[in-house]
Ligand binder design. Structure first.
Ligand code: GAP
Length: 480
């Protein structure tokens, strides 16, 4: 069993690598910090989460459509969105170690130490004070706080700090063939702006009436300074965002609606409600009049997995101003033109992936009938999201069993992801499938030849029963 949560997190990271879920990017060159690659089972799991979100948003809502916009956008986009001027974090450098910290992370880490020492009230006060200083952009106050609390750098162990400074998180690159003509453009730090600049294109071509939403999944890039905790905070990641366009004045009710609707999505996937909570923002982003995080109890603590933001008409108005093009909607019900307000739901795909792994990863031990101990590592991934749905395992590599197994494979692979395996003992194969999170295994044995039944083994309970081959695919689909 894992000894504590930090050990559990390390165990999950090792498991993710060993079983082909997540690899460090460019590992043979010693890796690239905060950039990761997804292996065979990781990319399947990621695809299933992406699809679950996409279908819940577009297929299950008549008034939401999806788009897929470019990563590169006109540079003025980011001036209009406020990212050039505001998308920065207050940072502080330790003069001895030269290590740079995000101020809020540095203070939060110090509060964590106080909690461990049993000084919860002090820790709470520290975080509250930090939040109010951040809300006021009071950098001198933050620096004073770090000095007063004698917060140390974890590398140099000194309190020798620079002033607090802002640091922009956008990556930039050049377009154009000749250096002198090249234009600096940014790699998008959020997918949302691709939706805003296409607001009218989509509204007109898809003939959408307010209220309506535009959904998109895609890569985003941020030059995160404190890049640690595995795929929790990456420099290249994927977002699943939806902008819901509404009549001005209705933002409170739609904000409440999406707050609840998004929580329902999480629990409908099979993740326990008690592992979630809301966290209202004290410091609002430059575009929002209300914002809340959906937080999950990760082994590294309660952390944000999704944000719901009431973005007002900030983005459309700003793009209207910078582009000189009208971004308005004529509402026939009230006979008025207006710039719509927006409620945004924004979730990190990689973070949802991490949430899934953290929820699923379990180390189990039990006593067998003969009194000896047995154990396994199992990923109890909700069946709908599991990379492999069904493992098809002939008991022996001979006597016609592989042939029957391959026939079953040919039928079932059209319906869902199946995996055929004939190597190793059946016990070892079950353990491997547990480690990959495969919810169902079937074994083809000699009895199969007589009565056309197979043994199905359930991952979570390890219970086994015989079921007919006929109707097997339907049976599994029903369970998924
Ligand atoms: N368009 C609004 C927006 O981008 P955000 O709170 O900055 O809001 C939304 O990001 C979500 O994207 C977060 O809740 C998180 O799940 C994910 N996310 C943000 N930064 C990330 C990073 N560096 N690595 C992985 N996921 C990240």
């Amino acid at each position: 069993m894992v000894a504590n949560d930090s050990n559990k997190f390390q165990a999950i990271i090792s498991h993710a690598k060993e079983y082909g879920f997540v690899f460090q990017s460019s590992e043979i060159y010693d890796g690239l910090s905060a950039v990761y690659d997804y292996g065979p089972w990781g990319s399947e799991l990621k695809k299933n989460i992406r699809e679950a979100w996409w279908n819940a948003m577009t297929r299950m809502h008549d008034n939401i459509v999806g788009i897929d916009t470019a990563i590169f956008m006109h540079p003025t986009t980011w001036k209009a969105s406020g990212h050039v001027d505001n998308f920065s974090d207050p940072m502080i450098d330790n003069k001895d170690s030269k290590k740079r910290y995000r101020v809020d992370h540095l203070i939060e880490a110090s509060a964590d130490v106080l909690v461990k020492e049993g000084k919860e009230t002090e820790a709470e006060q520290l975080v509250q004070k930090m939040e109010s200083l951040l809300a006021e952009n009071d950098f001198a106050g933050l620096k004073q706080m770090i000095d007063e609390h004698k917060i140390k750098c974890s590398v140099s162990n000194t309190c020798n700090w620079t002033e607090v400074r802002q640091f922009n998180l956008m990556f930039s690159t050049q377009v154009g063939s000749v250096a002198e003509d090249a234009t600096e453009i940014y790699l998008r730090p959020e997918t949302a702006q691709g939706i805003f600049v296409n607001f009218l294109n989509v509204q007109k071509t898809a003939r959408m009436k307010i209220p309506f939403g535009i959904a998109q999944v895609g890569k985003a890039f941020r030059n995160e300074i404190v890049a640690r905790q595995f795929i929790f905070r990456m420099r290249e990641f994927e977002q699943m965002e939806m902008q819901f366009f509404i009549r001005p004045g209705t933002q409170k009710e739609w904000y409440a609606y999406w707050k609840e609707e998004r929580m329902k999505w999480h629990t409908s996937l099979g993740f326990p409600a008690e592992n979630y909570r809301y966290h209202d923002h004290v410091k609002l982003a430059h575009y929002a009049d209300a914002a809340v995080d959906i937080e999950f109890a990760f082994p590294i603590g309660w952390k944000e997995v999704e944000g719901i933001h009431s973005r007002t008409d900030f983005d459309l108005k700003s793009h209207q101003q910078y582009s000189g093009k009208k971004l308005q909607y004529f509402d026939p019900e009230i006979n008025q033109n207006y710039v719509p307000f927006v409620i945004e739901t924004s979730i990190g795909l990689d973070r949802m992936f991490l949430l899934t792994l953290c929820h699923a990863y379990q180390e189990e031990k039990w006593n067998k009938e003969d009194g000896s101990e047995d154990s396994r590592v199992v990923l109890k991934i909700p069946a709908k999201l599991a990379p492999i749905k069904l493992a098809i395992l002939p008991l022996l590599k001979k006597e016609g069993l592989p042939e029957i197994a391959k026939e079953i494979m040919a039928t079932c692979r059209n319906e869902f992801y199946c995996f055929y395996e004939e190597k190793d003992t059946i016990g070892k194969r079950y353990r491997r499938m547990d480690a990959l999170g495969t919810p169902f295994c079937i074994t083809i044995d000699h009895q199969t030849k007589e009565d056309q039944t197979v043994t199905i083994r359930y991952r979570d309970t390890m219970k086994q029963e015989r079921i007919p081959i006929d109707g097997l695919a339907q049976f599994i689909k029903g369970k998924i």
